[in-house]
Each structure stands twice: as C-alpha cells, then as structure tokens.
Design a protein around this ligand. Structure first.
Ligand code: FRU
Length: 504
C-alpha cells in the first residue's frame, strides 16, 4: 500500500517498494526493453546493493521482476552494463541462443576473493532472455593493480571498426575514466585513460561513464563520440548531475574537443541536464535503429535518501532519444522524448489548444479542462517588452503553490523555480532554483514540458537544454497559470495533453 500515492509517478519507472538509484544495463532484445537498476531488496535506504529488474514493451508500462543479481555475504553489486553477445564471442551461449552478458562492479566484503571494500568488475550471463543470471566462474574478471576502492561502473559497447568490445569504467575519486578492450568479454586489456580534465575538485567523484558515437547534424560523414559522465558533487545544479564531452575516439583513446580554457566553472561545460534530478544516465544497448536512447536516475545524491515518498524511493527519468546538433557554434547533445511517448501524446486529443494569447503584466489561469497532475505541454511564446514570462505548473488556482518555469529577458536565463512547489523542507539541500543561460532571439522561446505527479522535465532550444526537477505538490495543485511580468508577452501557441489516464 502506497503511503504517498499522490507522488507515485505515472510515466516514470518506480519499483513497487524500496530504494532504487542508477539505471543499470538497459537493453532491448526480442521486442522487450529491459531495465536493471541499483536496488535495495530490504529497505527504503541505500544498501544491500543488488540489480533490480523491470521489462517493458514501450518504455512507458513497466513490469517489475525478481531481483536479477542479488547481493550476498561476500559482495554488493554496483552499477554496470548488459550487452547482447550476438556472435557468442564469450562462448557462454551459442550463436542460436546468444548469451546476454552483464558486466558490473563487485564491492567485496569479508571472506571474499579480494579484501573488503575493494571494487572490481565481474560478469554474469543469461541464456533465458534475461530472466535468470549465472555468475561467471572467474570472479572478478577485471581488477585494478593495486586494488582500488573506487574502480567501478563498467559500460561496454561493440566497436565495429576494430572488431572488439570496449569498456569504460572510472576510478571515481581520481576523476579518471579508464578504457579497456576485449574480444570475448571475459579478458580485458588496458587501452587508455581520460581525465582528470580541468573541471575537478578534491572531493569530486566521476561515476557512470559511457561512450557512444553520434553523427553531427545527421551527417554520417561527420561522426563524433560522446562521453557521458556522472559528476558528484559540484554539478551544475548542485550535488550530482550528468555532463558530457564531445570528441573523437580512434579505438584506443578518447580526445575531448573544445574544452574550456578555464576549467573551474561548471557553466563552461556541457550538461545533459541543468536541473537537479538527473544522474547516472546510460544508453540502451541492442536497439536496432541508430539514434541512442538514454535513461537516468531522477534524483540527486544531495537528498535522495530524504525523498518523501514511501514505500519506494527513487525513480527514473523519461527515456529520451539523443542527437548531436551544432547549436551556438558547438556540437550539443539534444534530447527528445522517446518515440513511444511522443506517439502516446500524438494519439490523445489535446485538452486545450490555442493560438495567440496576449498577456500584459498579468496572470491567466488556464481553464478547467486543462487541469491535471500528468500533462504534456507544448508551447511557444514571444516576450515583447516584459521582463519575465512563463508558466506556473502544478499550481493552485490562487497561485500560492506552483512550480515556476520562466524565461528572464534581463538575465537571458531559463529558470525552474520549485521554491513554492509544495513539500520542500524534507532536506535543506533540496535546491530551490535551477537556471541556465539561453539566448532568446526576438524574445521567442519554445518549451516542451512534461509534468508527472512529482516531477517536471522542461526541454528547450531543440532539446539541448533540459531541466529535470522533482517536486512534491499537493494533489489539488493541478492548474496552469500563464504569466507575463512587467510588459507584454504573446503566447503564440499552446497545446496541453492530459495523460492522467495512461492507456493499458
Ligand atoms: C552512482 C553510484 C555508482 C555506483 C552506484 C552504487 O550513483 O555511486 O558509482 O556504482 O551508485 O549504488
């Protein structure tokens, strides 16, 4: 029984009960999306780390399964990856029934093959489409010498030009990504190190690296490589966050391009998300079509443990398709909601749709039929001479409670302000406001906003700017208020789709 049903998201994955953090080994196989995740089978707090498991036909409806890889007396199971070993390079299956291979971090305890606290990479495989997982005989398959307490988060992909697998992992406390290669997934050879770059701090961790190619501006002749990373703390919105580097990979070394000369300012780097609640993002493996799909943990290590939901803690972001586009003269990672979500929205009749609403220094409460706790909002506005304009979402009719999504013409910033979003005092680190600098030529701003029972995801500038924030509003806060401050704004277009009833 949910104690906080009002905050159980509808579109975002949550386990029925207990603690969840990072997505692990997301993959697509035989028409099914698999998601594993850092999971405590025994409680609502971090600990007893194991791999939970859920599957979905469409990344929107999830079915939770038994724990896939459980913790034991000798080790905890940290984050990692799953690949479909189509050609049975590991020899653990057959070409008719290729093995699914999981590589993950073991954190050893007393009486283990390594000293307590040591982190090393282990392997498990499945011959029944991901239902059950066998630990591999040799454990671990990859260690650091000397042993490290911070060697973790393997992510693996097939590097076709070289005909081998490539793994990225981190030495988290040294802000270093390590690259390895293998022809059989069980024996790994060191390739190179990436990092630390200029953006480092003595107590900063680099976690959850992943490397993948993307064509720039949809031009296959212009292939770039993207290295995504979790940074904790010191991320752009405070605490943990997801950043990325764009560069090249020659089969051995990743070279980042366009690094800022002064590396100490987080705003000089590229972030997958400028909000507080996006971390540990990974890419689905095994997708037949080329654009990669990413999913992240929708929370922040600063306050994840205090999150006021029960009997579960932790949820995933909405899966997003990625592209690399030149924006403002730089290659930028751009996110759009994955196609099953866009189809869901397109198939629903919008509850409200209009062209042209002019507001002059006023607030406008949108009508009753645009109410809801789960909404998709697609809009564009032109700020004429106003200072700020935007939307209050998950708001009460009087505007006393609400999450403010606003563009500030003076600061040239897109801002999400959750200081009056509902319950906020469960942690002093639940940061009130997240801003990102963004140009608005002619005052024009397009926004795509996805609202669930306890979150907002705001996308702008072709998906190169995303702000993901958790919120904990009261149920009655289900209104939208459009506003223009100190001048005129034209809301040129707005389409609101209610998603409260997700079709079965
Ligand atoms: C990232 C992380 C990983 C680690 C896992 C442990 O959030 O700290 O580095 O593998 O969580 O649960």
């Amino acid at each position: 029984q949910d104690t906080t049903p009002q905050w159980r998201p509808l579109l975002h994955y949550t386990p029925r009960r207990n603690w969840m953090n990072d997505p692990n080994g997301p993959f697509f196989y035989k028409g099914v999306y698999h998601l594993f995740y850092q999971y405590n089978p025994l409680g609502e707090e971090w600990g007893n780390m194991s791999w939970g498991h859920a599957t979905s036909p469409d990344l929107l409806h999830w079915h939770e399964h038994d724990v896939a890889v459980p913790f034991s007396d000798t080790k905890d199971i940290f984050s990692g990856t799953v690949v479909v070993d189509t050609h049975n390079t590991s020899g653990l299956g057959t070409t008719d029934n290729p093995p699914l291979v999981a590589l993950y971090t073991s954190v050893f305890k007393e009486n283990a093959p390594r000293p307590a606290g040591v982190q090393a990479q282990s392997l498990a495989y499945s011959l029944d489409d991901g239902r059950t997982w066998q630990p591999y005989g040799k454990d671990p398959v990859l260690t650091l010498s000397p042993d490290s307490l911070h060697f973790r988060d393997p992510s693996v992909f097939w590097y076709a030009p070289g005909g081998y697998w490539v793994m990225t992992a981190v030495v988290a406390n040294e802000q270093m990504v390590k690259l390895y290669k293998s022809t059989n997934l069980t024996e790994w050879t060191f390739l190179s190190d990436f990092g630390p770059t200029g953006f480092v701090h003595p107590d900063m961790l680099w976690e959850m690296p992943s490397l993948f190619p993307l064509p720039l501006d949809e031009n296959p002749a212009q292939q770039k490589w993207v290295l995504m990373l979790g940074i904790n703390p010191w991320s752009i919105a405070g605490g943990s966050g997801s950043m990325y580097f764009v560069g090249s990979f020659d089969g051995t070394t990743f070279h980042a391009e366009g690094l800022p000369p002064d590396g100490s300012d987080p705003a000089a780097y590229d972030w997958l998300d400028y909000g507080a609640d996006h971390y540990a993002a990974l890419v689905f493996s095994g997708l037949p079509e080329s654009p990669p799909v990413t999913i992240g943990w929708m929370s922040n290590w600063d306050y994840a443990v205090q999150m006021p939901t029960s009997p579960w803690k932790g949820q995933m972001t909405l899966p997003m398709t990625m592209a690399l586009r030149t924006i403002g003269g730089r290659p930028q990672l751009c996110l759009t909601p994955e196609k099953h979500y866009t189809t869901l929205v397109a198939n629903d009749r919008p509850a409200l749709s209009f062209d042209g609403l002019r507001l002059s220094s006023e607030r406008h409460l949108l009508p009753d039929h645009a109410r809801g706790q789960v909404l998709d909002i697609d809009m564009s506005m032109r700020i004429q001479d106003a200072d700020r304009a935007g939307l209050f979402v998950r708001a009460t009719a009087d505007g006393q409670i609400g999450t403010c999504i606003v563009y500030d013409m003076k600061k040239h910033e897109l801002i999400v302000d959750r200081s009056r979003s509902g319950l906020t005092d469960f942690s002093p680190k639940f940061s009130p406001e997240h801003a990102v600098s963004m140009p608005a030529p002619n005052g024009e701003i397009s926004l795509h906003v996805i609202i669930d029972r306890n979150s907002v995801e705001v996308l702008s500038r072709n998906g190169s700017i995303v702000i993901t924030d958790l919120i904990f509003p009261p149920v009655e806060a289900d209104r939208i208020i459009a506003f223009s401050e100190n001048g005129m704004t034209e809301f040129r277009y707005m389409k609101i789709t209610r998603l409260d009833q997700k079709p079965e």
